[in-house]
Design a protein around this ligand. Structure first.
Ligand SMILES: NC(=O)c1ccc[n+]([C@@H]2O[C@H](COP(=O)([O-])OP(=O)(O)OC[C@H]3O[C@@H](n4cnc5c(N)ncnc54)[C@H](O)[C@@H]3O)[C@@H](O)[C@H]2O)c1
Ligand SMILES: O=C(O)C(=O)C[C@@H](O)[C@H](O)[C@H](O)COP(=O)(O)O
Ligand SMILES: [Zn+2]
Length: 361
């Protein structure tokens, strides 16, 4: 795929700072890692069984040839691996196998692996170095960058977590070629989110035709989206304010993921959440009906869902556990134009009416 061979390096000016390296070949990963953490050290390669079957063998061989001791921690694919019991197993294994603070965690996979391995790296011995190696579109343009890590609780999505910036993000874009169509679409949902949030020109690009694995501008678009994410993260690494705008569409999305028992994947839920909040914004008179229609058309053109089968009562409970909820109400992120969003606090009393404006009854 032509679009997958280009390279870009983007600096992230957090404390600590690091780089996002887009397009690094998987075969060059051991050398890149040895530039950061000199061997011999133990590398804990955390991955899911599907990703490891595709890419793990060569990577382990390369890391061993570079002088690292490599141990693998494999979990089943999917959201069910982002849980306390899986994390507990990981902690017990690391302790039993004498993982030390100067060892390295390498997260090879999608957002689930990045969040799980990231939280494990943040919590084990109060912090061990970690490198993110995203292999899904969603993780490449969003989850691997910015240091949010998370586990789900039975009560809700991402309710446990920590901020832990990685040592580096190495994104071997060649791996995106094996993604299923559904997982490609999950990444596109976060891309549409980014465009609606802050980039009208990117939105125009997506309106002109869906981004595919063979789009000649794939790396350029990826770099543009990552650049936006970096900007929000640098401005507000621990989400005290503006970073919450990256949560556009997510309050409803997380409630839908929870209500569906994670049968609806994050990206698809974000698409539904974006369509919902756009409808609300139009009904509040804050977004033009034309822009509302454009957002829903772009989501649909990218193969994404724009309606939910769940009713208001089912989603209300989870919405109140959103991390943007306070004692007084829920802070929503509302699009007011394509490329521009505002904070929009809604009291608990007004919440049912607000949800109704988005078509939930
Ligand atoms: N930390 C953050 O900032 C952040 C941002 C966005 C999303 N997230 C989280 O990320 C998760 C979703 O991430 P995701 O969509 O990457 O899901 P995922 O990690 O579950 O991956 C989706 C599927 O793709 C498979 N896969 C991964 N790479 C592949 C490849 N190269 N080829 C073929 N198959 C491959 C996996 O095995 C899995 O079945 C959610 O838990 C979400 O909450 C976190
Ligand atoms: O990086 C962020 O900040 C985001 O909000 C990015 C989101 O796409 C991502 O899904 C994130 O994990 C949501 O975080 P949460 O704080 O709402 O759990
Ligand atoms: Zn997200």
């Amino acid at each position: 795929m032509a679009g997958l061979s280009e390279k870009r390096v983007l600096p992230v000016g957090t404390d600590p700072s690091y780089e996002v390296n887009l397009g690094l070949a998987l075969a060059d990963l051991p050398a890149a890692i040895s530039g950061l953490v000199a061997p011999p050290r133990q590398v804990r390669l955390v991955s899911d069984e599907r990703v490891f079957a595709l890419y793990g063998g060569d990577l382990v061989a390369g890391l061993r040839a570079a002088g690292y001791q490599v141990a693998t921690d494999l979990v089943p694919p999917g959201e069910k691996s982002k849980t306390i019991p899986v994390w507990t197993d990981l902690m017990n294994r690391w302790a039993a196998e004498k993982v030390h603070r100067d060892d390295l965690v390498l997260a090879l996979g999608g957002g689930v692996i990045g969040d799980l391995a990231g939280f494990a790296a943040a919590s084990y011995v109060r912090g061990i170095r970690m490198v993110q190696v995203p292999t899904t579109l969603l993780a490449a343009l969003d989850a691997s960058v910015g240091g949010k890590t998370a586990l789900n609780l039975p009560a809700g999505k991402n309710l446990v977590g920590a901020f832990k910036q990685p040592l580096a993000v190495f994104c071997p874009t060649e791996t995106l070629a094996s993604l299923s169509q559904t997982d490609w679409q999950n990444g596109l949902a976060e891309l549409v989110k980014t465009a609606v949030l802050t980039d009208p020109a990117l939105f125009d690009r997506l309106e002109a035709g869906p981004l595919t694995g063979t789009s000649p501008d794939l790396t350029a678009v990826l770099a543009r989206a990552v650049g936006h994410k970096i900007r929000y993260v640098e401005a507000d690494p621990c989400e005290r304010g503006i970073r919450a705008h990256l949560n556009l569409g997510h309050t409803l999305a997380h409630a839908i993921e929870q209500a569906s028992g994670h049968a609806i994947a994050h990206g698809h839920a974000v698409a539904i959440g974006l369509a919902f909040i756009s409808r609300v914004a139009v009904n509040l008179g804050r977004l033009s009906p034309e822009d509302g229609d454009r957002i829903i058309r772009v989501l649909t053109a990218h193969g994404l869902p724009v309606t939910t089968g769940y009713d208001r009562a089912t989603l209300l409970e989870a919405i109140q556990r959103d991390k943007k909820a306070t004692a007084g109400g829920v802070r929503w992120i509302l699009p007011v134009a394509i490329g521009s969003c505002i904070d929009y606090p809604v009291s608990y009393t007004d919440l049912p009416g607000f949800l109704e404006k988005g078509g939930l009854s």
